[in-house]
Structures are given as C-alpha cells and as structure tokens.
Design a protein around this ligand. Structure first.
Ligand SMILES: Nc1ncnc2c1ncn2[C@@H]1O[C@H](COP(=O)(O)OP(=O)(O)OP(=O)(O)O)[C@@H](O)[C@H]1O
Length: 257
C-alpha cells in the first residue's frame, strides 16, 4: 500500500512476515509510511500493531524465538542488512513506550544520556541540546529551574514528555510511540497529542493507539490491522468517514474490539 501521493515515503515495508516461534504474528504486511506526518496503527488487542512498530527499530531482535521474512527500508536502506549497527538505527528511530520510563537520574542527565553515549561531552553543547530537546518536548518552561531534580519527581505526563525529549536529543528521523498516552490522564494525553502535532513537521511519527478517537484526532494516515494483517490503509479522514472494508467499518463503529 502506497503513501499518499503528495508525500514521500520514508519507511517501506515489503512482504513482511513475523513469527514468534510457530505463531504467525504479522502476515505479508506491505506499506509505505510517509515522512513528516503521523501514521497511526489501530486494531483490536493482539492484532500485531506493537509487533510491527517494534520491527521498525529492531526491538524485536530482543525477543528470543522471533523470526522475520521480508524487507524494511528506511530512507532507502535495508534496516535488517548485516551491515546495520542496531544502536545507530535506534538513534535514528527513537521510541516512547506505554509507561513513561525515565532513568533514575536527574532531568538533565536523562536528556544528556544519549548525546553523551554518542560521544558529546562539552558542557556548553550538552546544555544546548538539553534545552532544545526539552523545548521541543514542550517541557522546558516547567523544568528549567529544576534540571538537577530527579526525573522520578515529575508527574506521569511530564515524565512522558521527558522521554520524548530524551528520544529527540539524539536527533532521530522517526519517533515511534507505542500507546504513549494510555497510562496518562486526559490533560496530559491532550498535551502529548498537541506535541505530536507540532513534532510532525520535523519528524516522521508512527503511533500505536488503542484509542481510535486519538487516531482520528491526531494522525494523517491510519492503518487498520486484524489478526496480523493490514485490512485498510488510508488517509485518516477517509478511513473514518468512508472505510472501504466492512471489517474497518465494523471496528470503527464499535461493533467489535
Ligand atoms: N514475545 C511474544 N511471544 C509470543 N507471542 C507474542 C509476543 N509478543 C506478542 N505476541 C503475540 O503476537 C500477537 C500480536 O501482539 P501485539 O502485541 O503486536 O498486538 P497489539 O495489536 O499491539 O495488541 P495490544 O493492543 O493488546 O498491545 C498477539 O497474539 C500476541 O499474543
């Protein structure tokens, strides 16, 4: 399935199959994900949304017994080729999880962690990166006077924005969000949704969400999955107003899932 005509595909997934042992979790998935836009993955529990998301920065490598067939290219480069350095890939393809997971370190050190790992040690440069990343994650104003405080002293919503700042600090191209708001209250959720809208001008965002209203509110494209297969992929407005497939219609009208 192609990216909408007016955008350039950054991620190309071609005939992807993924197996957990003998369980066939993703079945012949092909799609193009456009750059600098938000693409949402929706579908009932267990349909393979998170599994597909994890293949995009090879988090599935960490799950024993997982096997994949097919190809994923980002920016034209096969991310499963033998030459790929997975750490470099994960720098380019950052991820935010369901539960905010800041390190038990200061706010500053959380954001500086990635840049330091990649060899940046100058105080001035790190200060700049920390400020820029926190500003991009809409957190700077709230924490600028408390950078030495533990990240764990922040609220859940602030912690999640800190995790986004931490991902942005290493200058990714892609930001993966795996149900990044499902543990948050409605106001924090709204903040993250607004933030995603701002970030999409600079980053390619792929989000898994249980909440189809969120997909409808936030994303440009939506992909509907069922039993490891892509049922429908369309511009979000189209998918929710005039779905092509009866199963999509049944799902979005709340008949199952
Ligand atoms: N590590 C694993 N080992 C074996 N099976 C797994 C593993 N992770 C996921 N699965 C199975 O693969 C299928 C897809 O799971 P996945 O988590 O991708 O679905 P999902 O659509 O993201 O669901 P949810 O919305 O509940 O998170 C499910 O049947 C799940 O039980």
């Amino acid at each position: 399935m192609q990216a909408p005509a007016h955008t350039r595909a950054l991620i190309e997934i071609d005939k992807l199959n993924l197996y957990y042992g003998t369980f066939h979790a993703l079945k012949n998935v092909s799609m193009e994900i456009p750059e600098k836009a938000i693409t949402a993955f929706i579908g009932p529990s267990g349909c393979g949304k998170s599994t597909l998301l994890r293949t995009l920065n090879r988090m599935n490598d960490m799950i024993a017994g997982t096997r994949i067939e097919g190809k994923i290219a980002i920016g034209g480069a096969d991310i499963y080729s033998k030459e790929v350095d997975v750490e470099t890939l994960r720098k380019k393809v950052g991820m935010v999880f369901q539960q905010p997971n800041p390190f038990p370190k200061s706010i500053y050190d959380n954001v500086a962690y990635g840049p330091r790992l990649h060899g940046i040690s100058g105080r001035k440069q790190l200060d700049e990166i920390v400020e820029t990343s926190l500003r991009s994650a809409a957190l700077w104003e709230e924490v600028k006077d408390y950078l030495k405080r533990s990240a764990l002293s922040l609220s859940g919503g602030q912690q999640q924005r800190l995790c986004i700042a931490r991902a942005l600090a290493v200058e990714p191209d892609v930001l993966l969000m795996d149900e990044a708001t499902s543990a948050l209250d409605p106001i924090s959720t709204l903040k993250i949704e607004e933030l995603a809208q701002e970030l999409k001008d600079r980053y390619t965002i792929v989000m898994v969400t249980h909440n189809m209203h969120q997909a409808a509110r936030v994303s440009n494209q939506t992909v509907f999955f069922l039993n490891g297969e892509v049922v429908e992929y369309a511009e979000t407005e189209k998918l929710f107003s005039t779905p092509r497939d009866q199963r999509t219609e049944d799902y979005i009208s709340g008949r199952f899932g």
